[in-house]
Structure formats: C-alpha cells, structure tokens
Design a protein around this ligand. Structure first.
Ligand code: DON
Length: 569
C-alpha cells in the first residue's frame, strides 16, 4: 500500500513537471512578459499597451493609462469590446483601498421577463444574440469617464488622442480579428453599417494584413472629448442609437440612455493564506466564485500534491463544480434580487462544501449530454491590468459579450452594439452562449443588469499589491482567474508559468472537465478518467493579463495563448 502511494506521488510529480516546464511549445516567452520598476501594463493589444505607456510618459497615472487603454482597445479589438459595451473596473488607491466600478449594460426600460420567448414559451433562436434585441444599454463610456474624472490627471483630449488616431489611420487586421469577422460575417452582412466597416462589398470579411478604418468611430470619440459622457448618452450619438433601435423594433430609447448610471460597488473580499483578495461583486458572479473556490481549496493545501497532479486537478474541478451549482441558484443583479454574498464567500460555508468532496471520486451532478455546448466562441471580451510603483492598480474587464457583439453597428457612429442581454436567463434552466444554466434570479427585468462572470481581481498584502489579473472568456473567466491565483499563491510558480500552465474548467453543467492547451499527457488524462471525469479537450479561450509586484519589481505577463503585450517603464 505504501509503495503504491509512493508510485502515485512520483507519477504525479513527473506529470506536473512535464506540464509546467514546457508551457506552450512554439511561443516565444519573452514576447509575453516584461519586468520594470516604475509601471507595468498588460493588455490584449499592442496599440493599447503602447497608449497606456504613453500616458505614463506624459506624466499621467494608472487611471489615465487605463482610460486611454479602454478607448484604444475599443478600436483595436472591435470583436471584443467597445463603446457599445460595458464592464467592471477595480482600482487600488494606495492608502485608501480597493474601489469597484460597475458599468455593466442594463436591460432597457421596456425589457421584460419573457421577451425572448415565443407564445408557447420556447426561446426564439438567436434573438438574444444577434441584432438590436440582443443589446443592453451600454455603460462603457460612462464608466470609464467616471474613473477618469475621479482619479485621472491628464486632460481627456490627451487621453483619447491615441484611440482617435488609431480609428482614423487604421491598422492591419490581425489573426484573432480576422477569425472573428469570418465567424460573424453572416450577421455583419445583414447590416449595411456593419458591412461597410468589417466586410468587403461582396460580403467576404477583411482578412489578415488588410487595413481596417473606423472613421465614424473617430467622430464619436471626438464628440466624447468635447462633451464628455453627454457626447454619448445625449446629442447626435444618442439620436443615432434610438433611431436605429426604433427602425428595427428594438427597445432602447432616450430615457434608457439618459438614465444609464454607473455604480460604485463594494468589491467582494476574501482571504487566502493571509492575503486579501478583492474581486468584482454582483452583478458579476466572478468575485464571489473566485473567492468561494479559493476558500474551498485553501483547507486542502494543494501544494503538497503538486500543481498539476490528479489530486489537485480533482479537488479544483470539484470546487468549481460546487461553485457553479451555487451560481445558477443564487446569483443575479443584487439591486434586484437577494444574493447571499457573505454566505457564499464565508470560510464556514466553504468548509461545509469541502466536506462534500470525495478524495478519489468525481461527483456526478446528473446524467447529461456530453456534446459540445459551446457552438461559437473565441477570445471575445478583453482584460487589461496596470500597476505602478506606488501601488496604484487598475484591473478592468470590458466586453460586448460574444464575438462582434450583436453584429449591429449603429449607423454613422462606428459603435458595435453589445449582445449582453444573452447573459440573462431567457427562462429558468435555459443556457447562455457559454452553456451556463440560467436561474430565477437572473431573469430579464426592466433596468436590471445581466449576470456576468467577469472577475477583475487585485490581491493585497497589508495594503500592498501582490498580483492583479483578469481575463476574457465567459464563464471560464472565474475559473481561469482562480487557477492562476492558485498557481501563483499556493503552488508558488513564477508568474509566467502560473499563466501559461494548463488550465481546466468545470461548470457543473455539462458534467465534464474541459481541459485547454497545452493538454495534459495521456497518463494524466487516464488518471482523471479513473477518478470518474468525462474529459473535454478544448481551448478555454482565457487570455490572462497579470501583473505582480515582487519586492518592488513589477512583472507583467500577457497570456501566451493570445495576442497581448506587456510593457513597462
Ligand atoms: O459578462 C460576462 O461574463 C460575459 N458577457 C463575458 C463574455 C466573454 O468573456 C466572452 N469571451 N469569450
């Protein structure tokens, strides 16, 4: 018996070394990480990271950099985010703690619970995903400007200049954008305003190396420079949004735009090994479940099993499974429904859940199909992190939801409307784009914010930043963030390995572990099957952007699975 245990431990260690030493064959590590002492920026776009750097060079602070990045990334990654979307931002102000800004889209005033169902109560295919009805009232412009007006130092015209320039001068289409345009070409072709920017006249999408111009978007950005948030929520841009909405039978009206409100929220707070974890509170489920997963696992001391050992993977997957079962039941917009945040993030509750995990057997939730429930997806949404030597940190995840959002560009504005309404449960038990089961608390209601998984996160030690991070990728966001934190804080891997190592995802439904590249070897996969897991080998699409502060050295890592850039100064 003892020898068998020893063999398992040795196998485990050799498996874990194999996976960690060679994180992603074919990628040049130095392109994805950077070290510096004054400031560090990690984003998913080269122009965006450079714009952030420029703000520091002009004498700006981390919020100036974050504001410039938010607008440039809107131009550079129109498939992921934009003025027609929303997001969340966590800001650590040295000495006064972590603030959270919610600029999530809101359901229009006219929205109602059954708006995506036909008269027989069946979901109307793609109504929450494509075109005008998919869009919530955008929050991005209001949210980012709110952060800037409170904490930024540079004038807004300087901060928005790089975005305007990029939109006007254009840039070469890169592989992830080309993929998105090809993937969404049918819906883009339905709208002449979308087609004019993203497709050729014959309906084929722009391809890698072709230039993309967004001149109308530049016009909109200039109006925002002049008029602030009124440049979006009132005036000609608002008129264009409402005109298009009415023309297409949508619900968004002036009242929705005028009433859009940013919310300052208390972040979710947790502790892991004495460190303070801050992450996003409802209407995101992200922070609650990042903390819950860490709480469940803290008591299991995964370090002793090794970072990618069958035990660590099994316990981590089990914690995720439990968290997602709670997500479906308890999470929604806390302004509308009661969300037991305290209970879900308490150590005592985590202890009770931990006791349900069987050490050698995967728990079955119910018999389910093992097909692929994720019919279309890729790296949508975007995350960036900024940190300076004084402990000023911004961690923000922004999105238009699915690739190219609703596919609808508001004519004359260059704004791609989000399809965030799909993050609501169209009815109890229905699944969203990411296969997450919708619960009662997340049904559509007028002015409600759809449940998110976005998890911008900042970890502090006695008020000093240790690590800050986040990622796109729907429900995988919170499991990817939790795993990078485990790799870094529990297994004490270097930051690059923490980000690059194989990640898993379990979301209770479907009843399988999804494992992304670099894939585990067959030996390890067979061990997991032996424990009782169904395995789904398929990319998770997370693109972590992480920055750590190790004794004054700022270290940035952009996920080598994607096209990001970490730069410092
Ligand atoms: O808020 C959410 O959780 C989703 N709308 C995020 C979408 C996303 O990350 C898409 N990326 N693959």
């Amino acid at each position: 018996m003892k020898i068998k245990t020893l063999v398992i431990i040795l196998m485990t260690l050799s498996c874990s070394r194999l996976q960690i030493v060679d994180p992603l064959a074919g990628h040049k590590r130095q392109e994805y990480e950077a070290s510096s002492e004054n400031y560090m920026i990690s984003t998913q776009g080269v122009y965006s990271s450079k714009a952030g750097k420029k703000m520091f060079e002009l004498g700006g602070n981390a919020v100036d950099a974050a504001t410039a990045i938010s607008f440039v990334i809107s131009v550079e990654r129109p498939q992921s985010t934009g003025l027609g979307g929303g997001g969340f931002m966590l800001i650590n102000i040295p000495g006064s703690g972590v603030k959270a800004i919610d600029f999530r889209e809101k359901a229009p005033l006219k929205a109602y619970e059954k708006m995506y169902l036909d008269k027989d109560g069946k979901e109307i295919p793609r109504m929450s995903l494509d075109g005008i009805h998919a869009g919530g009232v955008p929050g991005l412009v209001a949210g980012v400007l709110e952060a800037h007006s409170r904490y930024g130092k540079l004038p807004i015209e300087k901060v928005l200049a790089p975005a305007i320039e990029l939109a006007e001068k254009g840039f070469d289409v890169y592989p992830e954008l080309a993929f998105a345009l090809n993937h969404r070409k049918k819906v883009l072709a339905r709208f002449p305003s979308s087609k004019a920017i993203f497709l050729h006249s014959d309906g084929t999408p722009l391809i890698v190396g072709e230039k993309i111009f967004q001149k109308d978007l530049a016009k909109t950005l200039k109006t925002i420079v002049k008029k602030g948030k009124n440049g979006f929520y009132r005036g000609w841009v608002a008129k264009a949004i409402v005109k298009e909405s009415k023309k297409r039978g949508g619900f968004i009206r002036y009242g929705d735009l005028r009433r859009y409100n940013v919310k300052w929220r208390e972040p979710v707070v947790g502790k892991y090994k004495g460190l303070d974890i801050y992450s996003m509170s409802p209407p995101s489920s992200g922070g609650v479940h990042v903390v819950q997963i860490l709480n469940i696992l803290e008591g299991l001391e995964l370090k002793k099993f090794g970072p990618q050992s069958p035990k660590s993977i099994h316990y981590t997957a089990s914690a995720m499974q439990l968290a997602f079962a709670d997500r479906a039941k308890y999470l929604g917009d806390a302004d509308f429904v009661k969300v037991p945040v305290k209970g879900l993030t308490s150590k005592a509750y985590a202890k009770e859940l931990r006791a349900q995990i069987q050490p050698n057997t995967a728990k079955k939730m119910k018999a389910v199909d093992h097909g692929n429930p994720f019919p279309y997806e890729s790296s949508e949404t975007t995350h960036f992190t900024v940190m300076d030597r004084y402990g000023f940190v911004v961690s923000s995840t922004q999105t238009i939801n699915g690739l190219m959002g609703s596919g609808l560009v508001i004519p004359g504005t260059g704004i791609v409307l989000n399809n965030e309404m799909d993050d609501f449960a169209t009815k109890v038990g229905a699944k969203n784009l990411f296969g997450a089961v919708g619960g009662e608390k997340n049904l559509v209601e007028s002015e409600k914010r759809p449940l998110s998984s976005m998890s911008p996160t900042i970890v502090l030690n006695k008020g000093k930043p240790v690590i800050a991070l986040g990622t796109p990728s729907g429900t995988r966001i919170l499991t990817c963030v939790a795993q990078v934190l485990l790799n870094y804080l529990e297994h004490e891997l270097p930051l690059y390995e923490s980000v690059a190592a194989t990640r898993i995802h379990h979301q209770w439904y479907p009843d399988s572990i999804r494992i992304g590249p670099p894939y585990f070897n067959d030996k390890l996969l067979n061990r997991l099957k032996g424990i009782g897991y169904k395995i789904n080998k398929s990319p998770l699409h997370c693109r972590i952007q992480a920055i750590s502060n190790e004794e004054g050295k700022l270290h940035g890592v952009s996920d080598p699975r994607g096209e990001g850039l970490s730069i410092g100064g």
